[in-house]
Design a protein around this ligand. Structure first.
Ligand SMILES: Cc1ncc(COP(=O)(O)O)c(C=O)c1O
Length: 448
């Protein structure tokens, strides 16, 4: 009955063995063939192998090679083989990782992985956390704790009484806060449009001098790793000042928080550890399978007040940590398994090597493109490179041709009015020769 799993493993191995030699973007023929999947629902059961064969035949060629070594779009890591294997095992366990008592194995694993990361990121001891789907929901989760915390200090129980009649909360964010943070604010009833925006510099870093005086319930949103430039807000100049004035400081570190784990990058994060909450992704730079993000909160009881529930039918009473006391979801998959496996298999040295290697590779892209006469728009402090190939239309054309060429894949953006190509080096699988091969392709295509 379970031999279908061997079939899946074989197909997955064949896919991954080939993913570095095929064009990175799916070819038009593969996309056109997807139409054949648009059938009516079968009346009778299909043989399992046949179902898998159809998936592999139609969908594998129509995938973007995000798992491969030369995908540099968005901020997308691959999956470390150990993390993927752990994810398969967790799939077989099929645990509903909600409460400790019914699922002690995965609940314990989550707790260990959280403790390791609190340590790795140098966060205050006692910091609690939650495994969620990604940085968007991690920001949402941490900001729910922030909302609870600042209103509790003002004598208001937002979980019980909602926001109608509550003391107003001032939200302060840089002009370059990621749009998903604004979405989280909207979902929390704090509004996407009533934020006090602080001007930023040419790299997207908040200008600390432009931060207004803080009065009353206030949340300050900072960023570790701008999605375009990779820059970090000047935490040391802001965090203590804001906290001393009574504000809750939250850091969106979707990928930048991992810089804490690399000695050569840690200086970028100085002061970030003194904030109240942090969001990051594991599916980006830690290279675990989708979907996996993390929220950390210095005072976990604020998060528990925002997220915890009890019900007669649920065994919530325990001396242990119930994951769902800290997450928006009740039923959920055990995301901690692959995070634990990635951290365990790489260790501190492997993690530092991964992040420092990707940053060195980003600098090599910048150097190679500059040497070929192209303009690099950002200071390459992390793993992000912005390059202009000339006027906006020409840059967009070059990006389209690079995508079509298939050697590598990069997306476009507009950074402070300049159209640019984004190169995000985030994968464990990217070797130095992948970088050279991709650079050659970019320079060749741009010259055509
Ligand atoms: C700084 C920042 N915050 C939040 C997000 C959203 O992350 P996710 O897509 O995992 O929800 C991103 C995505 O790139 C990001 O770069």
């Amino acid at each position: 009955m379970y031999s279908i799993l061997d079939d899946a493993a074989q197909r997955a191995r064949a896919y991954l063995s080939n993913v570095g030699s095929r064009p990175v973007s799916p070819r038009q023929e593969a996309i056109a063939a997807l139409a054949d999947l648009d059938t009516s629902l079968p009346i009778t059961p299909t043989e399992p192998r046949k179902t898998l064969e159809i998936l592999d035949r139609f969908v594998s060629p129509a995938t973007m090679a995000m798992a491969g070594p030369r995908f540099f779009g968005f901020v997308i890591g691959g999956s470390l083989p150990t993390a993927l294997a752990a994810n398969w095992l967790a799939g077989a366990w099929d645990q509903n990782a909600t409460l400790y008592e019914p699922t002690p194995g995965v609940a314990a694993l989550e707790q260990v992985a959280l403790r390791w990361m609190v340590d790795l990121f140098d966060l205050p001891s006692g910091t609690g956390g939650a495994f969620v789907t990604g940085a968007t929901v991690a920001n949402f989760t941490a900001l729910a704790a922030a909302r609870n915390g600042v209103l509790a200090k003002a004598g208001w129980n937002v979980e019980a009484d909602g926001l109608f009649g509550a003391p107003p909360i001032t939200v302060i964010a840089g002009e370059e806060a990621h749009p998903t943070v604004l979405k989280s604010l909207g979902m929390l009833g704090l509004g996407r449009g009533r934020i006090t925006r602080v001007p930023v510099d040419s790299q997207g870093r908040m200008n600390p001098k432009a931060l207004s005086a803080i009065k009353g319930p206030t949340i300050v949103l900072l960023q570790a790793g701008n999605v375009n430039t990779g820059s970090f807000d000047p935490f040391a100049d802001i965090v203590d000042r804001a906290r001393d004035a009574g504000a809750w400081v939250h850091v969106d570190g979707a990928f930048g928080l991992w810089a804490k784990a690399a000695p050569a990058l840690r200086h970028l994060t100085e002061g970030l550890e003194r904030a109240d909450s942090w969001a990051t992704d594991a599916h980006k730079w830690l290279n675990v399978p989708y979907d996996c993000g993390l929220a950390f909160v210095r005072e976990p009881q604020t998060l528990q007040r925002a997220m915890g529930i009890t019900a007669e039918y649920l065994p919530t009473e325990t001396a242990h940590r119930n994951p769902s006391d800290f997450t928006p979801e009740l039923s959920r998959r055990a995301r901690g398994v692959e995070v634990w496996a990635a951290l365990h298999s790489l260790g501190r040295e492997g993690l530092a090597e991964l992040f420092e290697r990707n940053c060195r590779q980003a600098r090599r892209f910048a150097e190679g493109l500059r040497a070929a006469g192209h303009e690099v728009l950002n200071d390459v402090v992390l793993n992000q490179v912005l390059v202009s190939f000339g006027d906006p239309q020409h840059t967009r054309d070059v990006i389209a041709r690079i995508q079509e060429d298939g050697t590598c894949w990069c997306g476009g953006t507009v950074w402070q009015g300049r159209t640019a190509m984004r190169i995000s080096v985030s994968s464990w699988a990217t070797s130095d020769s992948d970088v050279e091969r991709s650079l050659d392709a970019m320079i060749r295509v741009a010259a055509e």
